[in-house]
Design a protein around this ligand. Structure first.
Ligand code: NAP
Ligand code: HSE
Length: 432
């Protein structure tokens, strides 16, 4: 019988403690399936005196993550601390020391994937990150392995559990934003800094990882259009509903005919009949369109202790297989088939535009005229009766237009004397 594989857990919060708990629960099952056992040798935390829901022997704990790196009995380090600077230094030192890295840290990979995988390739050390994207859904392994024979035409996803939980409860139960966010935090879904969930950047980090993996080069975060759900009001959810749409924070990843890659994560109106419109609560979903497989859909819990630990356990099994029989692949393979992002202002979409306007004749004509001047066609108009804060809402849906001119035109409309307040411009995706 071979010796257990030594694991160092850096982080024992929602996910780290879940990994420990589920290794205890299913360690024997893993042994049956992969023929190896795992033993957690050290656990690094920030605060040694903190009371913990999951219990582990006190002798395993340290407040110095470097102790994990210095322990020769540890072959796999699991980075679940969150943040960027410390994990970056920690992961680079782990790779340099030849220890396999498993991480759930999407911010780290989205910002520093290039340098991490360059080092991983040089040292031939795997860096595995299933838990970083879409919680318990095995989308990384699918894109990296199962779909390796496909060109990816498009990937659309709901990639943040917290914001989807908030939008679903606002839509379904008419609840307010703040108390629902507090609930998501209590359930262990939100990031340590929940602003990342709300402002779209957590989902954007995941979209950057997915897009980079699918197209073989690290997407620069500056090339990604990111907007948060904070600007979506209960009234917009109602107007969208009336138009036959639902508002979701959608990650949209596409390659155009020239091979330029477009990545955006924005609150988006999608048809109520589309499968992503029915993905509610903490659930995530990813719809992949490959040139060989066609359409494939993945659905599951996108955040929380157990689903995320499930992905980490999968990576541990892959790490064990690597230790048994080292392979070339280290978790990310760069290639030169694509290599270029599309400028955000050139990306094309349909739009939802909400304006507050004066209730008098000629206003609609003025607005239609401004849009026509910019060559932007109107798809539909609704103007519910009744004044809100001295103006009436005017909701327009607009034909395909490049984002740059659309944004400029929305600003022009905002400066018209008949337009009150700040217009809200959202993307619409019809998946055609
Ligand atoms: P968390 O609950 O805040 O836990 C963070 C853990 O790291 C805590 O145990 C903390 O110690 C420890 N830690 C933080 N700074 C440290 C330092 N300087 N030195 C030593 N230990 C340190 O976070 P989490 O929700 O588990 O998330 C961990 C990572 O997984 C993040 O990158 C997150 O984005 C990612 N992730 C989370 C989820 C989820 O559903 N929560 C899902 C997928 C991916 P203390 O316990 O002493 O505070
Ligand atoms: N805060 C993240 C979410 C955790 O809500 O999706 C999972 O990555």
């Amino acid at each position: 019988m071979s010796k257990p594989i030594g694991i160092g857990l850096a982080g024992f919060g929602t996910v780290g403690a879940g990994v420990y708990k589920n290794l205890q629960r299913n360690g024997a099952l893993l042994e049956q399936r992969i023929g190896r056992t795992f033993e957690v040798k050290k656990i690094a935390v920030r605060d040694l005196s903190k009371a913990r829901d999951v219990q582990a022997p006190a002798s395993l704990f340290t407040s110095n993550p470097d102790e994990i790196l210095g322990d020769p009995s540890i072959q796999i380090v699991v980075e679940l601390m969150g943040g960027i600077d410390l994990p970056l230094a920690f992961v680079k030192k782990a790779i340099a020391a030849g220890k396999i890295v498993v991480t759930g840290n999407k911010a780290l990979l989205a910002e520093h994937g290039n340098e991490i995988f360059e080092l991983a390739r040089e040292k031939r050390v795997p860096v595995l990150y299933e838990a970083a994207v879409a919680g318990g859904i095995p989308i990384i392994k699918s894109v990296r392995e199962a779909f390796v024979g496909n060109r990816f035409e498009a990937i659309h996803g709901i990639l943040n559990g917290t914001s989807n939980y908030i939008l679903s409860r606002m839509t379904g139960e008419g609840l307010d934003f703040a108390p629902v966010l507090a609930e998501a935090q209590k359930l262990g879904y939100a990031e340590a800094d929940p602003a990342l969930d709300i402002n779209g950047w957590d989902a954007a980090h995941k979209a950057i990882i997915l897009a980079s993996l699918a197209y073989g080069f690290w997407i620069d975060p500056k090339d990604v259009l990111v907007e948060g759900i904070e600007k979506v009001t209960a009234a917009d959810i109602r107007f969208a509903e009336e138009l036959g749409y639902r508002i979701k924070l959608i990650a949209s990843i596409k390659a155009d005919e020239s091979g330029a890659i477009e990545v955006r994560v924005v609150p988006t109106l999608i048809p109520k009949s589309h499968v992503l419109a029915s993905v509610n609560g903490v659930f995530n979903a990813v719809a992949v369109k490959g040139d060989v497989v066609g359409e494939a859909l993945f659905y599951g819990r996108g955040a929380g202790q157990d689903p995320t630990s499930s992905s980490v356990l999968g990576d541990l099994a892959e790490a064990a297989a690597f230790l048994e029989s080292p392979r070339q692949s280290v978790g990310f393979t760069a290639h030169s088939l694509y290599g270029r992002s599309k400028p955000i202002d050139d990306t094309i979409s349909k739009y939802y535009l909400r304006l507050g306007v004066e209730d008098r004749p000629g206003v609609l004509a003025q607005i239609a005229g401004t849009l026509a001047k910019a060559d932007i066609g109107i798809l539909s108009v609704i103007q519910p009766e009744g004044l809100v804060d001295g103006s009436v809402p005017l909701i327009l849906t607009l034909h395909d237009a490049p984002f740059g001119p659309m944004k400029k035109t929305a600003q022009e409309l905002a400066s018209l004397p008949c337009v009150k307040g700040t217009p809200l411009l959202l993307h619409m995706e019809t998946f055609q």
